[in-house]
Design a protein around this ligand. Sequence first.
Ligand SMILES: N[C@H](CCC[C@H](N)C(=O)O)C(=O)O
Length: 279
Amino acid sequence: MMDMGASSGLGFMKMHGAGNDFVVIDSRGRGGALVTAGLARGLGDRHRGVGFDQLAEIRDQEGADCALDFWNSDGSRSGACGNATRCVSDYLMRDLGRDEVTLVTARGRLHARRREDGLVAVNMGAPQLLWSEIPLARAMETDSLPLEGGPSAVGMGNPHCVFFVDDAEAVDLAGRGASVETDPLFPERTNVEFASLIGPDRLRLRVWERGAGITLACGSGACATAVAAARRGLTGRQVRLEMDGGVLEVDWRDEGVWLSGPVARVFEGHLSPEMMALA
Ligand SMILES: N[C@H](CCC[C@H](N)C(=O)O)C(=O)O
């Protein structure tokens, strides 16, 4: 178990899944959540804090191995984060000496397991298909982006707007991502995906995340994209998604959308009193 070193400041871990990076704080046994929006923003600052795409806080949960909350680097909350769920599952499985765990997130109970090849897999639950493609396509059509049939809006416990394009590399990710994220069609903002088909059941995927900007990988975004691709008949229900930071695998089964990929633990540290004062 991580040494939380109460006397030397609150302990944390830095982890990543295919370059989607996280600060993980284990608040089990501390009587509740410690993280606030102010602390998340302060720690999330890549120059003045630690830096992360998401912060994941582990809490005690009766009837499960833990509860898990997610924060973006701008201090907003997220209802789901597939890669952080996989990273925390890896940490818990090592801590508990098991190869399966159950975590409770805002979206419900999620089951994770270590595969024989070492990748960590989590069942992200059933997708929610938020809008039909057509009205959204009409509403979002612009001159700058060929919509090629219009985007798909898919919920994985958080919102995703998935565009299929000929060449994901050619998209102005920062420009288009920021404008779609804050489009009035999405009252809670949205994560934004640009995907192109590069082979049978293989997609190239670039993601602009709500509250975090461009990330090297996004687990729930990979799930949402694979679901949208399968519904359009572009792929089957088992898809490899090639992201800037590595490959994620998605398998959309009757019991939910399984997400698999690598996890890495980078370092542990303790927060200074000055950082804790932000909480
Ligand atoms: N990186 C995460 C998703 C974070 C989503 C967050 N940016 C939101 O506001 O929904 C993942 O692996 O699923």
